[in-house]
Design a protein around this ligand. Sequence first.
Ligand SMILES: [Zn+2]
Length: 620
Amino acid sequence: MQRRLFVCAAAWLIFLPLVVAGQTAAPEISFTVAMPRPHTHLFEVQVAIKRAVDGPQQESLVMPVWTPGSYLVREFARHVQDFAATTPAGQPLKWEKVNKNTWRIVTNGARDWQATYRVYANELSVRTSELNSSHAFWNNANILTYLDGFLKSPSTVRVLAPDVWKVATGLPAVPGQKNTFRAEDFDVLYDSPFEVSDFKTLVFNVKGIPHRIVIDGAGNYEPERMRRDVQKIVETQIEMMGGEIPYRDYTFILHLRATGGGGLEHANSTALGYPRFGFRILQGDRATSASPMAAAREPDYRGFLGLVSHEFFHLWNVKRIRPDALGPFDYTQENYTKLLWVAEGVTDYYTDLFLRRSGLITEGDFLSATARAIQTLQNTPGRKEQSLEESSFDTWIKFYRADENFINSQISYYDKGGIAGLLLDLEIRKRSNNAKSLDDVLRYLYTEFFKKNRNYGPEDFQKASELMAGSSLEDFFSKYVRGTEELNYDAALEAAGLRLDTGVGPVERVYFGADLAEEEGRLVVRRVYAGSPAYEHGLNTGDQIVALDNMRVTSSFFNARIAEKKPGDLISLTIFRSDDLSTLPIKLGGRREGTYRIMPLPNQTEAQKRVYRSWLGVQN
Ligand SMILES: [Zn+2]
């Protein structure tokens, strides 16, 4: 605003008419989302356009093809039906579809016109929408079209729902208008999911700012404990980021169902899904991660806290500290960035770190989860094929469409990105004599980029890290971020007086090299690791293993028999590949490595102890 005061008079002559024209032509855009028959899964949407002056002869409504935070083109327009356009008096207007997600309406310069359509919504996930007789949840990018050329315009959303249902969203309410909310532009609109149901609410305040957890579905959670622990996570993160709270209020929308889950981040809300009976409190260590690849583990309460920690931290890392291409968004196609390893991986690193610093997990929990993550990466042949930047850039066609070849050709930017974040953090702490850390890099990006309304690029992230380290990190970034060299764990862990123990023993353990799963009573090959005995002898993903050494197998039988073998032993697998029965001989291999652990170094220096304590938030 201030800069305009100094614009010379000549410039005013040029700019003034444009500004005035832009303002007067800007339409008022109001949506109504109705659900008169919830059991049909059909939302009834009306979009009304109003102007103070005549509009253009034709206008287009566009449905996003993706929703930010979930990097896959999902073609939300495929759920739209019964499209119509009319004048406010109900006179039909001509329209045609001009591509998969665009409706062009012949408005003939009308100041006011409207369109109506229905959207089928029967898929509950954090990135999709569901309407049924028990609730409504939707992402606006799934059901609301934008007026082409007016993504910067404000809009309102009025919700018409059954009387017994309440409405929760991160959007501010319009005073005096029932269940009506306002979005300052379409990036905000599409960043604000709605939950409409008879949900339960847990509330707490941090520095006078209200937070609520809106829960749809029953489960074995303890409400008081959940409220207390979520508040701890929120407070720990706010403190680390400098103490300032960058939102007016925050809403956690939590869906509890029999299975499944996940999270999607927004600027002042998040959508979370978690198994309803997944809140058991287990003793002992266990990894937490929001990575889709980690979804197979048995859920517990710590996993839920990890999900909260991950999605909440995104309100800084990705929603405000924004990578180059991630906002404002192009809703018609892929938005490419090489920085998802920072947006997701570094967030995943902090997921557990915040739980540790909040006192919700122990140092031992944190270190063993880290060791497990490292072991997973080291067991992924794809780490030699794809860099963090490549993994980020190609997520639209690779990570989000992972197939059986994933482990052999790719890495997860969550998993390797989290480990790279750890290594970078410890490297900065070592070089700065523990004066600076990755925390400082994130605070710097928040102040120097978000506060100055800028997105950051890959060079900016490296420069910010170098600024904190006090010297060049070109070697680190070229090898580990842009390249595929093996990570040097001990060099990093040494800064905190730790080392990685890969469990190498005197005796080789037998190595087969495929992951199996029991499906409807059949033992099926899920993945085969490149270079392993199973891979080299021709076992395929999808093969059904019927017998081992001519004995019928179950999963437990197979594992028990293999464990009895020695490296070099020959086994005979009877398999169905498609409908054909055959026998496959496999010579088993051997490995010396066991379970990875992070161990203290003997004779730690005071400097190492200081790094360890400030890194993991250890008091005294
Ligand atoms: Zn995430």
